[in-house]
Design a protein around this ligand. Structure first.
Ligand SMILES: *Cc1c(COP(=O)(O)O)cnc(C)c1O
Length: 387
């Protein structure tokens, strides 16, 4: 396999000026990352600051309703409410040990910005967060959280003033400030080595979940493992250690948007074509001429026109099946898990829960382990608008 590629996907499609910091990062992954000092400090922070290991939870009531055996991996219980902190603390600590003082990040819904700011505060670093002007208005509570924890927020006025524009501007800032700054990329996408780096920090999800599930089920593996796919970081973390387990069906769930014919969605694996965006070859929502199409999902964290290259590869090899869930189905799952189990899931994670609900006929009697990537408190405002 070519370096930095997953089959035909991945690579480093970047301006020449970005090569030096990416090479520096790759070198740090070879020297600092495996060092005992890094590994010891990171393990300690995951335990003391994040609250790992996160538990797995059996859902007795929904299991009975659906006629299957539903389990959740509880990334919603992590400090700051989602899986993103695993990655941000990992990259933050690596950057700190590389001698950097600034963590630069892009954010759409604000969740990655918040997680990066939390990591920067813990590590006594500065957070600089690029955010589309439209998103700054839509996501005011997260903007307030970031400011409270000391982040500098940079408003991006280009393009559609949303996530993909914020990524472009943040990459430019990195070129200008590479000496002192680490770009803390938010998902398992972007140019090599980010997809590998982020997977490395998120694989703890399946490392724990696989052992926890076997401990609770007399050594058996789950029949089905499910996660939602935005850029793909919680999903690749949830899938990684199950990939060699041939008996386990692995399912990634993309957002189908409103589900009306011709509407925007966020499902490049299910509906996209091969192309280049944000430094990688992957599957994209684009026109025949290669213009990126607007994406949409009720779940802000899934609203991205691209996807991490390893998922495109896992789809191509057939090891992982990718499917879609629409806004209405996700809202239904959001309410069902809240009402039946007393757990309010993030709208993103609700897409993965909805897979079990919508496919219950086919899943009768099966054990289904779902990655609950985050908690839903952040989404109550969106719900107010819809319901
Ligand atoms: C950001 C986010 C996602 C989507 O990001 P991935 O990189 O695809 O995991 C999913 N769930 C929650 C709760 C999020 O905050």
């Amino acid at each position: 396999m070519k370096k930095g590629y997953f089959g035909d996907f991945g690579g480093q499609f970047i301006p020449e000026l970005l090569m030096p910091p990416l090479i520096e990062l790759e070198q740090a992954m070879e020297t600092i990352l495996p060092s005992e000092e890094f590994q010891t400090r990171f393990a300690h922070m995951l335990e003391e600051n994040v609250g790992r290991p996160s538990t797995i939870t059996h859902c007795p009531n929904l299991s009975k309703d659906l006629g299957l055996d539903l389990w959740l991996k509880r990334e919603d219980l992590n400090h700051s409410g989602a899986h993103k902190i695993n990655n941000c603390l990992g990259q933050g600590l690596l950057a700190k040990m590389m001698g950097k003082e600034v963590l630069l990040a892009e954010t759409g819904a604000g969740m990655h910005g918040v997680a990066t700011t939390v990591a920067a505060a813990m590590l006594d670093m500065k957070a600089v967060i690029y955010m589309g002007a439209t998103d700054i208005v839509r996501q005011a509570p997260n903007v307030n959280r970031m400011r409270l924890m000391g982040a500098e927020i940079v408003s991006v006025e280009s393009g559609t003033k949303t996530l993909k524009d914020a990524i472009n501007e943040a990459l430019r800032r990195w070129i200008a400030d590479q000496e002192n700054t680490h770009y803390c990329f938010g998902t398992a996408a972007g140019p090599h080595p980010f997809p590998t780096l982020v997977r490395g920090f998120q694989q703890v999800i399946s490392k724990e979940a696989r052992r926890q599930f076997m401990d609770r089920n007399d050594g058996s593996l789950p029949d089905v493992v499910v996660a939602c796919v935005g850029g793909g970081s919680n999903a690749i973390g949830m899938f990684h250690h199950f990939i060699p387990d041939e008996s386990v069906r692995i399912v990634g769930v993309e957002a189908a948007g409103t589900g009306e014919p011709g509407c925007c969605d966020s499902a490049p694996l299910d509906h996209g074509t091969n192309g280049v965006l944000h430094g990688m070859v992957t599957k994209l929502l684009q026109t025949d001429e290669g213009q990126i199409l607007p994406s949409h999902s009720v779940a802000p964290g899934l609203d991205y026109p691209g996807v991490g290259p390893e998922h495109a590869h896992l789809q191509a090899t057939g090891r992982v099946k990718y499917t879609t869930i629409n806004d209405g189905q996700a809202l239904n799952a959001f309410k069902a898990l809240s009402r039946r189990e007393g757990i309010i899931p993030a709208l993103e994670s609700s897409h993965a829960v909805a897979y079990a609900i919508e496919n219950k006929a086919e899943l009768q009697g099966r054990s289904v382990l779902v990655c609950l990537s985050g908690r839903g408190d952040k989404d109550l405002g969106i719900l107010d608008q819809i319901l």
